[in-house]
Design a protein. Structure first.
Length: 662
């Protein structure tokens, strides 16, 4: 076909148009034009392709001239491009914008890996870089390394005291005493991370991270330290309404509110300020309100005056013991109970001195003590036995004082001794700490009484902090107690009493032994006038119930009284543990002498007396220890004693210089 355009139809299957025909029935058109009659063409092929059968032959002659060539006429028709079907539109190649986006994603993933995953993997399980505790860098270290570094770098701050202030007052609190310390392991545990987040990685790369330290606190020690170390400086404690005795005189204590440290709040503040050396803690106070009103105090003062108005007699069968007003006052106290003052009687204190007067010596419990043998203390075991029921006595005495009764029956029981062997062993009785002897010239009653009181007192143990009273220990001294001679009425420094001869000699020996042992100066009275038989300024006048000789064992150890007497002298020694290198008494200094007046008397009763001038005696006690010395004066003022001149030569002499004024 001339000028046929390219067909846009899909090609046909050359085999689809021809049907399958058997050779027998094949038409002529399907017979092979060359092969025998039996030959057939392939399916779909017709004999036309081979042309017609040979035409008749013509004679061969010259060919006609060829016609001139003419161009093939072309038929121009418009070609219309059909749009592709919708299902093929998605098969277009990617544009330039999609290709760039792919590179951005790849770059982002790479940046994520380099900027987060890689450093986070490296930092995992370690302390992030830039981490510090109180300025100490611990970044990049593992937990063990960081803990060691923190403890070393903060060693000074760990030991630095916490400063506490209130107004202008400053005090420091030792962290070790208060139970404060750095817990470096817990602190490091705060800093260590697992796999860090992007924010944590970013912060560690570009900045720093400060971790607060963890403080370990012993709450019990901290509270105790606040009370003991800060309380005395800052507390303004309340003054509870109450009563105290000055001698035998009850004195009222007026109630007054106060302020005290608020311990829980202070503990929180101190805990927060610890390890911050530039921080001072302000004291937190809270009200401390008194409970006992003044009306209750006034009511109990009247009760106390009645209680000590006269002695109280304890009775056990045929035995009696007298509690003097001074003994009652020293054993009586008042306790606040919900705003009410309740009297409390310390029966053990009272019975410690008068209990032996109520007991059969053969049946009574015996305290463990010491005997001085060959210059050494030897323990004497204690023994259980008869004793006063002090619990019942304490209740019975308060009831008696409340009702106005002055006689109290005593209940006896079997019980242990006041001091056990174990307690005695722990008292530190190992050496003589003070001793003094006094000589006396006569007489029989004086010597007997001195031996008797020495035997009573010998071996008595005084606990640390305990006060010894000679009158409370022996009770009234008369023939019923085994003392000899007349009981003379006495008046010493305006105090009236009565006593047997010789007791002041023994008391003088004990007074000086106490001074030489370094104990506080005893409560005592001297004779009104100077007597030549006593050492001036170092003597004691004792009578019952007053004046008394009282002294305190202010040492940390016990004190043993060891007393011995002969016909002409008495020695009192105190044993315990020495506290000072040396204790000495200086020479007496007599000043401000006043001449005695003269009195003339007549009659057989006149006793001549040379008299004595008035004088002030001063004796210094010097305590030396560790290269230092402390001097304490003992000053006694004596009034002049009139000289007695007898006109009658038949006047008698004084048979016993110790029978008057003791």
């Amino acid at each position: 076909m001339l000028n046929a355009g390219a067909s846009i139809d899909p090609p046909t299957d050359p085999f689809a148009a021809a049907s399958t025909v058997s050779p027998a029935s094949s038409p002529t058109s399907h017979r092979h034009p060359v092969r025998p009659i039996s030959g057939t063409l392939p399916p779909g092929v017709v004999a036309d392709i081979y042309g017609d059968a040979d035409p008749p032959r013509v004679p061969v002659g010259p060919l006609p001239p060829a016609s001139p060539a003419k161009p093939w006429p072309k038929q121009i028709r418009p070609v219309r491009e059909e749009p592709p079907p919708p299902e093929l539109s998605s098969l277009e190649p990617p544009s330039g914008d999609g290709f760039g986006r792919r590179y951005i994603i790849i770059a982002g993933v790479l940046l994520l890996f380099l900027g987060y995953v890689a450093p986070a993997t490296y930092m995992s399980g370690k302390i992030l870089p830039g981490t510090s505790v109180l300025g100490v860098g611990i970044g990049g270290k593992n937990a063990a390394e960081a803990a060691i570094q923190l403890r070393a770098a903060l060693s000074v701050q760990i030991r630095t005291a916490v400063i506490v202030k209130y107004g202008a007052v400053r005090r420091t609190l030792d962290p070790a005493l208060a139970g404060l310390d750095l817990n470096e392991r817990a602190t490091v545990a705060r800093a260590v991370t697992g796999f860090p987040s992007p924010i944590e990685v970013w912060q560690s790369i570009l900045g720093t991270r400060e971790i607060a330290p963890v403080v370990s606190v012993d709450d019990t020690k901290l509270s105790a330290a606040i009370r003991s170390e800060l309380g005395p400086a800052f507390d303004q404690p309340k003054q509870e309404g109450g009563i105290r005795f000055r001698g035998t005189v009850p004195e009222r204590i007026k109630p007054k509110d106060g302020l005290v440290i608020d311990t829980p709040r202070m503990a929180d503040r101190i805990r927060q300020a610890y390890l911050s050396s530039d921080v001072m803690v302000d004291v937190v106070l809270k009200p401390d309100v008194a409970e006992v009103p003044i009306d209750e105090v006034n009511d109990k003062v009247r009760w106390a005056k009645r209680a000590v108005s006269e002695p109280l007699t304890l009775v056990s069968g045929s035995r009696t013991a007298q509690l003097t007003p001074r003994m009652i006052a020293s054993s009586l106290s008042f306790e606040s109970d919900g705003g009410v003052l309740r009297p409390v009687f310390d029966a053990e204190r009272a019975i410690a001195f008068v209990g032996r007067q109520l007991l059969d010596p053969d049946k009574a419990a015996r305290d463990a003590s010491f005997a001085i043998l060959q210059g050494r203390p030897v323990l004497i075991p204690g023994q259980s036995g008869q004793a006063v029921d002090t619990r019942s006595l304490a209740t019975d005495v308060v009831k008696a004082l409340d009702s106005g009764e002055r006689t109290v029956p005593v209940t006896l029981t079997n019980g242990p001794p006041r001091i056990s062997e174990t307690e005695a062993r722990g008292m530190g009785i190992k050496e003589e700490i003070g001793s003094y002897s006094v000589a006396f010239p006569c007489c029989q009653a004086t010597g007997d009484n001195i031996e008797r009181i020495a035997a009573d007192v010998d071996g008595y143990l005084i606990r640390p902090g305990e006060t010894f009273s000679l009158n409370e220990f022996t009770g009234r001294r008369d023939s019923s107690r085994g003392y000899a001679g007349p009981v003379n009425t006495t008046s010493v420094r305006g105090k009236a009493g009565s006593d047997v001869p010789g007791i002041s000699v023994f008391a003088t020996a004990m007074f000086n032994a106490v001074l030489l042992a370094g104990m506080p100066q005893p409560e005592h009275a001297s004779h009104d006038t100077r007597l030549p038989v006593y050492p001036a300024g170092r003597e004691v006048a004792v009578s019952f119930p007053q004046p008394d000789l009282r002294w305190e064992n202010d040492s940390a150890n016990g004190v043993l009284i060891h007393a011995t007497a002969t016909d002409t002298s008495v020695t009192v020694s105190l044993w315990g543990t020495k506290r000072f290198d040396e204790v000495t008494m200086g020479e007496v200094e007599l000043t401000q002498q006043v001449a005695p007046p003269e009195q003339k008397q007549k009659g057989a009763d006149c006793v001549p007396d040379a008299g004595a001038p008035g004088v002030t005696a001063r004796v210094n006690r010097i305590i030396r220890h560790n290269g230092k010395s402390v001097t304490t004066p003992v000053i006694t003022v004596y009034a002049p004693r009139a000289a007695v001149v007898c006109d009658d030569q038949t006047s008698s002499a004084n048979p016993d210089p110790f029978s008057v004024n003791q």
